[in-house]
Design a protein around this ligand. Sequence first.
Ligand SMILES: Nc1ncnc2c1ncn2[C@@H]1O[C@H](COP(=O)(O)OP(=O)(O)OP(=O)(O)O)[C@@H](O)[C@H]1O
Ligand SMILES: [Mg+2]
Length: 279
Amino acid sequence: MIRIHEVSFDYQIFSEDDNAGRKPALSNVSLDIDSGEFIALLGRNGSGKSSLTRLLNGIETPSAGEVIVDGLSTEDPAAIPSIRRLVQIVFQNPENQQVGLTAFEDIAFGLSNIGWPHEEMSDRIAWAIRLVGLKAPEDRPVSGLSGGEKQKLALAAVLALAPSYLILDEATSMLDPAARRQFVETLHEVRSKHPFTLIYITHHMDEVMDADRWVIFREGEIAASGTPDELATDPERLSDCGLELPYSRLLGERLRLQGVKVSSAPDIQELRRLLCKSN
Ligand SMILES: Nc1ncnc2c1ncn2[C@@H]1O[C@H](COP(=O)(O)OP(=O)(O)OP(=O)(O)O)[C@@H](O)[C@H]1O
Ligand SMILES: [Mg+2]
């Protein structure tokens, strides 16, 4: 379990002009993330989502409050190697996270860093590549992979390390719609076979309609938290936080507000039938 307790976080800005000083990014955030949960962190640009993720694996430490990962405090330097192993992050741009020239080297780098037994490394790399369905030979240069393949490689590289908590920080935002769908499908397939806690940041609401919980940030604070079914019933509040439901869900909620009986996640057939009836 990850415990975020009354956390505030300021960036220190070093500058000779008037912008120098502390810039608040998070203010008094408390949140418990249970093991095995699929939790979506949502909110407008600059609302604090990425800042929070940097606190979860100890890249940064809170200005106030504490972050505890499986009983380990991110303030404790001795705990940082364990925390960094437990909590892995896949970022937006696959190119910023690839360190090897080939897929093999790329996955091997992370494994060597955590002291994976050398004689078991090849098997582990092959396992991770298979797991994400990356159809590329291990020795193919990373530079020749498509954007979708590069992001799958980034996923394979972190999954090889067997994290307990996986953070995806807008990991699909640079992919085209087809690659995005495929990446999300792969992610959930993998998770059904090898469960881990998924902390998912996105501006694409369709990717998180089946999350266990949404946590919505506004200006560095938690504005709302609850299941998608609880929060989707208030599209105005979502829109206030810069979020827009997928069109079919939005239509369903609008029909519900007009007193039409509609299921919680209506498909196109149901919506068509209800719309025809209500005319
Ligand atoms: N390295 C940094 N130095 C100074 N301020 C920063 C830095 N990174 C983020 N901020 C500021 O902290 C606040 C929170 O930003 P953060 O990147 O956490 O938001 P976000 O919700 O991840 O946004 P986005 O959806 O655009 O990724 C913003 O005001 C942002 O300008
Ligand atoms: Mg961000």
